[in-house]
Ligand binder design. Structure first.
Ligand code: GN1
Ligand code: MG
Length: 370
């Protein structure tokens, strides 16, 4: 145990008035941006028996999230709304400090605490029931928030899914090439530039007003769904930092590029990287089962392409982070951002070949659930 970190977590717990003595902590490594810990406290369960109660304690990455208090305002309102709409469901509940804030900011580190939900998560699964259940959870998330005033939400990361802007940033940083790193990634850069217009389809349509803004999650990796450890049914959607106004295709595309890839999103060996159409189908089934009735024609028409768009967009982000010195994404090994970029590029190439199939799967599911 890192004693300094343990002390910090205890201090945070104190500010949020978490009851009982602090006992232990465990880091949760799934996220690429924030630092997440399960903090365990011992409490008397009322009968004199000791019981361990856990909390989820997070240090928000303020390099990525420049307006963390605006972000917490979004989360507070969105989680409150969900609790109201679905009182019987497992929900995220954020704790308040003695001053009544949902965060603790000491000028340097930004901390928050929420309930810990005993659960399992999946980075990858061949179990199509799990996939459908995750997809239903993300689809349902959109439907629960269908009546929420989308304009009242803060953009926690402005231009998060502005693919044109992501490209512009990449092009500028590659031209400056301050760290002399572009030489390592020429092929990936060239490919991404060659598909720029197609990759910017959603951004361009949004600009023209052809797609409606909805409350979207914007980080729909399957490991952002918690599952019941026994039944493997989805319990709750987590990681609400990027809940913002967005497009339904952002959520759908990001989910399939992550979950329906044959390999991990940062696989070093990309020979197997590509879209697993069975998994894609299962995801489309689950998602459209919930959302098909409200989607416009344009929304339906963009879902097939959305995985490609999101893979290219993320590839520009990984690549830009590599070129500018690995500051945004947590890197877990040397050249991690290069592997991530290559994998998204390989996936994007494969998805272009399978575009027709993905389109017809989406059409079939829409027809079934509308
Ligand atoms: C980041 O930290 P995590 O894993 O929730 C990123 C997503 C990327 C993802 C790629 C706020 O999400 O946009 O798709 O990594 N989140 C942010 O793994 O940038
Ligand atoms: Mg996230």
């Amino acid at each position: 145990m890192d004693e300094q970190l343990a002390r910090k977590l205890q201090q945070v717990g104190l500010k949020f008035s978490l009851p009982g003595p602090f006992f232990n902590y465990e880091e949760i490594f799934t996220g690429n941006v924030n630092h997440t810990y399960r903090a365990d406290y011992i409490r008397d369960d009322g009968t004199g028996m000791a019981r361990i109660t856990s909390y989820l304690v997070q240090r928000v990455n303020t390099y990525a999230f420049r307006d963390p208090t605006g972000l917490m305002k979004n989360i507070d309102r969105v989680t409150g709304y969900i609790q109201q709409q679905r009182p019987e469901q497992t929900c995220l509940v954020y704790h308040h400090t003695q001053e009544g804030n949902t965060f603790l900011f000491d000028g340097d580190e930004f901390w928050r605490v929420c309930n810990y939900v005993p659960s399992v998560t999946f980075d990858k699964t061949d179990d199509l029931d799990i996939m459908r259940s995750a997809a239903q959870a993300f689809g349902d998330f959109q439907m629960i928030l269908n009546g929420f005033d989308v304009k009242s939400l803060v953009y926690t990361i402005p231009d998060f899914h502005n693919t044109r802007k992501r490209y512009d940033t990449l092009i500028k940083d590659a031209e400056e090439d301050k760290l002399d790193r572009v030489k390592d990634v020429k092929e990936e850069l060239e490919y991404l530039l060659s598909v720029q217009d197609l990759a910017c389809t959603l951004t361009d349509m949004e600009k023209k007003g052809e797609l409606p803004l909805r409350v979207t999650h914007n980080d729909t990796k399957i490991n952002n769904v918690l599952f019941d450890p026994i039944t493997h049914k989805a319990l709750v959607v987590i990681d609400l930092d990027t809940v913002m106004p967005g497009l339904v295709a952002h959520d759908f595309g990001d989910a399939v590029r992550f979950a329906a890839n044959f390999t991990e999103e940062d696989a070093e060996d990309t020979s197997r990287t590509g879209m697993d159409l069975n998994v894609f189908w299962a995801f489309a089934e689950g998602f459209l089962n919930k959302t098909a009735p409200v989607l416009t024609q344009n929304e339906q028409d963009t879902l097939g392409l959305s995985g490609f768009v999101l893979a290219c967009e993320l590839a520009t982000r990984f690549l830009d982070d590599y070129i500018t010195g690995d500051k945004y994404f947590k890197v877990k090994k040397p050249n991690h951002n290069i592997y991530r970029t290559r994998c998204q590029v390989a996936l994007a190439k494969d998805m272009l070949k399978k575009l027709g199939a993905m389109d017809s799967i989406v059409r079939g599911c829409v027809k079934k659930y509308r």
